[in-house]
Design a protein around this ligand. Structure first.
Ligand SMILES: *Cc1c(COP(=O)(O)O)cnc(C)c1O
Length: 373
């Protein structure tokens, strides 16, 4: 007998060829002068950082972006040598490892530069400057602040390579605020150019901006959610500026099937009681896997048909109301399609009153990812 990599009957399929397809679609939409940062933060939105990173690089995205330093180090440890940008804040005392591992870091504070200058590191530190043009999260907001920060870049170890900003509403139908952010970026850039002569690369757009306003994108875009085959919003989905193929599907199997009489309670709290005689199936996935308790009542696919989750979702299992008896081992699809019927991640996001980003990130590390080409 050979050992398997996992022994449970629940798994996520990750279609790496769909990730490559989605990158191709965006490339065709963008100007040839605009390149792609593949955003692989949060374990590639739950899809698997290293596998997705390698696929994205092969598919023609020359650089990677993550949220935190640890994510960049993981990619370096996996032997990935392309430029990696950490888009969030890092502690000044940690810059030595960023320099050591050739990881590009983001800055936007004078105080941060002052502290970093005192640190002991010798390799050059590649920097991207973040501008807050309206997101209100991190970044330089004012021209005076920008000028002060530029004066503090006087250290031979610093290499200012890029400047970026992030849009708050690029996925919405109303584009006035998005336009204001563009204007603010251009104003700050004019100020920057009056004080800095060396070339820099600029990147502003996320998935929404890059697919909806390709002609307004700069040297790079930061392509996250749509690389995984999901639209950033309903508006973007309806407009469909590019075709996308979802990369993740989630499956399990029935591990128990029983016929119960009317008035039988199912799961914790006995919140569900059968009306009449019913077939109930048990599925070995629960909230520890990311099937959160609020999914009670949501449909899953069994035998190509929709069947509802009944009773409370447990940590490791949930129950489903079946239309008839099915054999143990019958495929249950939570996200994805079965015989022509589909449950998209967006439908689950709607049910939970959230966005697909959150659903993808919530599928926990306990669910094995199977990589398909
Ligand atoms: C996550 C993130 C992105 C990617 O956004 P998507 O909407 O997933 O494309 C881009 N830029 C920054 C700064 C981010 O944090």
């Amino acid at each position: 007998m050979t050992e398997k990599t996992f022994y449970r009957d629940s798994w996520a399929n990750i279609h790496l060829n769909h990730i490559a397809f989605n990158i191709q679609q965006l490339k065709q939409r963008l100007s040839p002068d605009t390149n792609i940062y593949a955003v692989v933060k949060a374990n590639a939105y739950g899809h698997g950082d290293i596998e997705v990173a390698k696929t994205a690089l092969e598919a023609g995205a020359p650089r990677l972006a993550v949220a935190i330093l640890d994510e960049a180090i993981r990619l370096r440890d996996a032997g990935i040598t392309v430029p990696i940008l950490v888009m969030g804040w890092i502690r000044p005392e940690d810059v030595w490892i960023a320099a050591e591992r050739d990881i590009t870091v983001t800055f936007f504070q004078k105080q941060w530069l002052e502290q970093v200058k005192k640190m002991d590191f010798s390799k050059p530190l590649t920097l991207h400057m973040k501008w807050d043009t309206g997101m209100g999260r991190i970044g330089i907001r004012e021209e005076a602040e920008l000028i002060e920060v530029l004066h503090n870049l006087n250290d031979d170890r610093f290499k200012l390579e890029g400047i970026f900003t992030h849009f708050a509403t690029a996925d919405e139908a109303e584009i006035a605020y998005y336009k204001e952010q563009q204007t603010r970026f251009n104003q700050l850039f004019a100020c920057f150019q009056a004080h800095w002569t060396k070339p820099v690369i600029l990147h502003t757009g996320n998935s929404a901006a890059s697919m909806r306003f390709p002609e307004e994108m700069k040297h790079f875009v930061r392509f996250g959610i749509s690389m995984y085959g999901l639209y950033p919003s309903k508006v973007a989905k309806a407009e469909e500026p590019i075709k996308l193929k979802p990369a993740m599907s989630l499956h399990s199997r029935l591990i128990h099937v029983k016929k119960v009489p009317a008035q039988t309670a199912i799961s914790y709290g006995a919140t569900y009681k059968t009306d009449k005689e019913e077939w109930i199936g048990t599925v070995p996935l629960g909230y520890a896997d990311g099937i959160i308790r609020k999914l009670q009542g949501m449909d899953v696919l069994v035998n190509g048909q929709r069947m509802p989750i009944v009773g409370r979702v447990c940590m490791d299992q949930f129950m489903v109301k079946l239309d008839q008896s099915y054999p143990i081992g019958t495929l249950v699809t939570i996200i994805g399609s079965q015989s022509g019927n589909a449950i998209e991640m967006d439908e689950i996001a709607d049910y939970l009153d959230t966005i697909s980003y959150e659903v993808a990130c919530t599928i926990s590390a306990r669910v094995p990812r199977l990589y398909r080409e």
